[in-house]
Write a protein that binds this ligand. Sequence first.
Ligand code: IMP
Ligand code: MG
Length: 182
Amino acid sequence: MPTLNENTQLGGQALERIVFTAAELSERTHTLGRLISEAYTAQDRLLVLGLLKGSFLFMADLVRAIHLPLHVDFLIASSYGSDKVSSGDVQLLYDPAASLKGRAVLIVEDIIDSGTTLNRLIPRLKARDPTSVEVCALLHKRLTNLDHEARWVGFDAPNEFLVGYGLDYAEDFRHLPYVASL
Ligand code: IMP
Ligand code: MG
């Protein structure tokens, strides 16, 4: 695996330190998959909705650890441009094609920061008649109380800007197999 120093060259900025290793991410994702598998049954018609782009790697690993019939779809909600600070404005750039009606919806998010994305998104999804809406977030900065708290969280994250394993800084660093701070 490339070292932190080699990956420093992959984006415009230097990485500070590895916060969660690939092995830690993998182990925790498998545990989350098991807990989620125990929380639903096949009758729930689970629909796993990944928030792009940040959740793409976590989503891919998580669904392979869930041992239930399920469908997969994605949603693109954008609240960040190339800046590190949320603009507070959430746009739905791609909406799931799948119907939510009568399904148990599980939203998969990479990281919860201000909570704005989920606070704005969840009411819109609930309006479409799913039987339930839950959130599984890989990382949670615990900065605010969400209107609808995440049922499953991978790790509490430090209040630093994190990249890797799907998370980006201006689109760089998403492909790193670990989570690092900038
Ligand atoms: P929130 O709406 O403020 O909770 O922000 C949620 C979204 O902002 C996440 O899905 C990420 O895409 C992005 N984000 C928040 N914090 C970070 C970070 O530390 N690194 C990379 N992206 C982040
Ligand atoms: Mg995101």
